[in-house]
Design a protein around this ligand. Structure first.
Ligand SMILES: NC(=O)c1ccc[n+]([C@@H]2O[C@H](COP(=O)([O-])OP(=O)(O)OC[C@H]3O[C@@H](n4cnc5c(N)ncnc54)[C@H](O)[C@@H]3O)[C@@H](O)[C@H]2O)c1
Length: 352
């Protein structure tokens, strides 16, 4: 960044998950500003002369925020999900959005297994009972279960879903079913997933349901009361994908009626859950604060990816993972050098 562009200002809305990203950006010659506040007037002021914005969920990049960044060339997500960015508004303004694909494969599949095992072994309530001295009288009343031999239904067989399927099949002896109308069939075969063309069929057979599809118009609200009722009695539900895929009111009702034995959630809607939300007091639920993908290792990889892609964009190069590539070629594109290249291309036409 340093020679061709005079210390471009890069705003980080909240610190990166791994500090290596901050030092890499500084090494590239960026003027770095970390905004660790949700106050919109603060972020808007910070953006007024910025070339790049990196944003961490749940902060939301709306059209209003984009308008404050009059010189913004690129907005980078913190991971794969782009639901906190108004992509259409960015495209209209010629701002490229980049994300970071595949980094959830290992950490989120491990987290899903952790949650499945913790539910089956009642790890969290057992831990609490040992600490408060009630454990030893309750031991025989616990109903711990084994993962071996269970049928696990996975919705969304992408990077994470396929890795999870492979681990569950190879290491735990599970039967793994998958539902994903857009999945790469070769990936599914390699992962040992038995793909089903209809969601209701997967639900009917799954002792454990794991949700890891991307968030789209189709998957938003995909699992509600009807879908939960289709699961066998005593089933477990794990959501490590996106909160909006699962209707939390319906989940609570299915838990309270004892149709479901438990649920484990890393993602929510809304996020964070408001204080006093009934899920927070439900003993059948295990919660983690949307951290499945933020291991030290994955955060390191995502920081490198963000710095590389921001650097590419600020030099007018197409980055490796553009979300809205048309923003790069449209009339209003903010791609550096585009106007100069455009002028060069137009000159002969004008002569003719
Ligand atoms: N909890 C976390 O910390 C965390 C971390 C990383 C990723 N994620 C989320 O996990 C999800 C999956 O991530 P990934 O890296 O595997 O992404 P991916 O793009 O590799 O996989 C997503 C899969 O969802 C599938 N899909 C799309 N529409 C579907 C539908 N209607 N029904 C079923 N499947 C459908 C796609 O075909 C794709 O195979 C994303 O929502 C991502 O945001 C969460």
């Amino acid at each position: 960044m340093n020679r061709q562009i005079d210390r471009p200002k890069v705003v980080l809305w909240r610190p990166m998950y791994h500090p290596v990203g901050h030092s890499l950006l500084a090494d590239k010659g960026a003027e770095l500003l970390v905004v660790d506040s949700g106050d919109l007037s603060v972020i808007k002021e910070a953006l007024c002369d910025a070339k790049a914005l990196w944003v961490r969920t749940p902060e939301r990049v709306t059209a209003e925020i984009l308008d404050a960044g009059r010189n913004l060339v690129v907005v980078s997500t913190s991971g794969l999900g782009t639901d906190n960015i108004d992509i259409a508004a960015a495209t209209e303004r010629g701002i490229l959005v980049v994300n970071h694909r595949g980094f959830g494969r290992v950490p989120v599949s491990e987290h899903a297994i952790l949650m499945i095992l913790a539910l089956g072994k009642q790890l969290v309530s057992g831990d609490q009972a040992v600490r408060n001295g009630t454990a030893w009288n309750r031991r025989s009343g616990l109903h711990l279960t084994e993962l071996a031999g269970k049928t696990v239904g996975i919705v969304g067989i992408g990077f994470i879903g396929s890795e999870l399927a492979r681990k569950l099949g190879c290491a735990f002896g599970c039967r793994v079913l998958g539902f994903d109308p857009y999945a790469d069939q070769r990936l599914c075969r390699l992962a040992g997933v038995e793909m089903l063309p209809v969601l209701s069929e997967l639900l009917r057979q799954s002792d454990i349901l794991v949700l890891v599809p991307e968030l789209t118009a189709e998957t938003r609200g995909m699992i509600g009361a009807t879908e939960l009722a289709a699961l066998p009695k005593g089933a477990l539900v794990v959501n490590v994908g996106r909160g909006q895929v699962l209707d939390l009111e319906a989940l609570l009702r299915a838990l309270d009626s004892d149709h479901l034995a438990g649920a484990a959630l890393d993602v929510f809607y809304p996020e964070p859950l408001p204080q006093g939300h009934p899920l927070l007091a439900n003993p059948k639920v295990i919660l983690s604060p949307h951290v499945a993908g933020t291991t030290i290792e994955a955060s390191f990889g995502m920081a490198h990816s963000a710095v590389q892609q921001i650097d590419d964009c600020l030099h007018g190069r197409m980055p490796s993972s553009p979300v809205n590539p048309t923003a790069w070629d449209c009339v209003h594109s903010r791609r550096p050098d585009v106007k100069r290249l455009d002028a060069k291309m137009r000159t002969p036409a004008l002569v003719v």
